[in-house]
Ligand binder design. Structure first.
Ligand code: P1T
Length: 405
């Protein structure tokens, strides 16, 4: 979706010398309005959900911009324009899930191509790379992206993509998007960022030099645990064309109702993110001195290895917190997870409800145990997606669950 179809939200003010000055609307205004205009035929303020698989043509090829719904749909167009505006991108291609968007990206490479990524990343991404694309001949190196020199050493003449997930899932490492993008460009490599954990409210990778930014919109963007979706945003016409070709050819298109739910969720993204961040800070600060807790991962702590970078690169520290208990037997972690009442035991994140999960057996189970442990993901790690409930209730819930363990 080109930003040319995004409604002009800029406001015009008259300066002292009488000339007009345009200001880009703020994030909240874009979240609510970008890509959406009242429906011209009815005035409906929300975009219609276009339940249609095809579009009538006046003569072959003479149509109103839409031919077949695998390729495009007006509700999807609205979502794509909205997401592009949030990431400051020229283009957005919406997919049926976060994994479908990474799948499309990886399909643009050919056997022998090499990709460098982080050794702490969503287990599903690792599974797609190693179990689906490695058998097709793509090659992967998973490195600690905090060490930019080590990343430079991992790059070979066949490297085509540097895939950065930051903050990482589930260890909440934070990587320097500007430095890594610069390294990628020096060696003619595409820099892509999975921005799912931050959301565009906290971090906008294209402005930091990345070529591609990807979201599982299932998470903070959708925000209400009621839809699965994905998207890639870019300023590159060439990447836009390649990824649109893949939606058309391979068909991982989101349905119109899913696009509508995402559009509706995004309208409150900025408000929700503020509460997610506040609550996560309170939870992290409660857990850290707790006598049963050994270690808490949250980029807001001053002694987090990338705290200064996170402060520079992100607007706030996000809604995710991971921790390990002093008694690091997984069974003890299981007892905590069984005892929470407000935090629900479930995969996923970024919804209004607080979730608790066990990455080693749930979201990251497809990473071999020795690889998981080597990257610092212990079998007793507990991950929290801190929701937007009342802070006191979240802390009381964790307090009683830790007591019970
Ligand atoms: O679930 P899906 O919309 O396909 O998105 C995949 C995905 C991609 N990138 C990151 C960083 C993710 O966290 C995810 C999905 N993660 C979970 C379901 C989870 O509980 O961690």
């Amino acid at each position: 979706m080109s930003s040319s179809s995004t409604p002009d939200l800029s406001t015009t003010a008259t300066t002292e010398n009488g000339s007009a000055s345009h200001t880009t609307p703020g994030f909240g205004t874009r979240a609510v309005h970008a890509g959406q205009q009242p429906d011209p035929s009815t005035g409906a303020i929300m975009p219609p959900v276009y339940f249609t698989s095809t579009y009538v043509q006046d003569a072959p090829g003479d149509h109103k911009g839409y031919e077949y719904a695998r390729v495009s749909n007006p509700t999807r167009t609205a979502l794509e324009a909205n997401l592009a505006a949030l990431e400051g991108a020229e283009h957005c291609i919406a997919f049926s899930s976060g994994m479908a968007s990474i799948d499309a990206l990886l399909k643009t490479f050919t056997p022998g191509d090499h990709i460098v990524s982080t050794n702490d990343l969503y287990g599903g991404t690792f599974r797609l790379m190693t179990q689906v694309f490695e058998p097709f001949g793509l090659r992967f190196t998973f490195a600690d992206l905090a060490d930019v020199d080590a990343v430079a050493e991992a790059i070979t003449p066949n490297t085509r993509l540097l895939w950065i997930e930051t903050p990482t899932n589930p260890l909440l490492k934070v990587f320097d998007i500007a430095a890594l993008s610069e390294l990628a460009h020096r060696t003619n490599i595409t820099a892509g960022v999975d921005n799912t954990f931050a959301s565009p409210y906290l971090q906008q990778p294209l402005a930091l030099g990345a070529d591609l930014v990807m979201h599982s919109t299932t998470k903070y963007l959708g925000g209400h645990s009621d839809v699965v979706g994905g998207a890639i945003m870019t300023n590159s016409d060439a990447w836009n064309e390649k990824l649109r070709f893949l939606i058309k050819s391979a068909g991982a298109a989101p349905g119109p109702m899913d696009c509508f739910l995402q559009l509706r969720g995004i309208k409150t993204l900025h408000l929700r993110m503020e509460r997610h961040c506040e609550n996560a800070a309170a939870v992290a600060r409660f857990l850290r001195p707790h006598p049963k807790v050994a270690d808490v991962r949250w980029p807001g702590f001053e002694d987090h290895p990338a705290h200064d970078l996170a402060k520079r690169q992100m607007r706030d520290f996000g809604g995710m917190v991971s921790f390990v208990l002093k008694d690091d037997a997984p069974e003890t972690a299981y007892r905590v997870m069984a005892a929470t009442k407000v935090f629900a035991l479930a995969e996923s994140l970024g919804g209004v409800e607080s979730l608790i999960s066990h990455p080693a057996s749930m979201t990251h189970a497809s990473i071999p145990a020795e690889k998981r442990r080597a990257s610092g993901l212990s079998d007793s790690l507990i991950r929290l997606s801190v929701g937007i409930e009342d802070e006191a209730d979240l802390i009381a819930d964790l307090e009683q669950a830790l007591e019970a363990a």
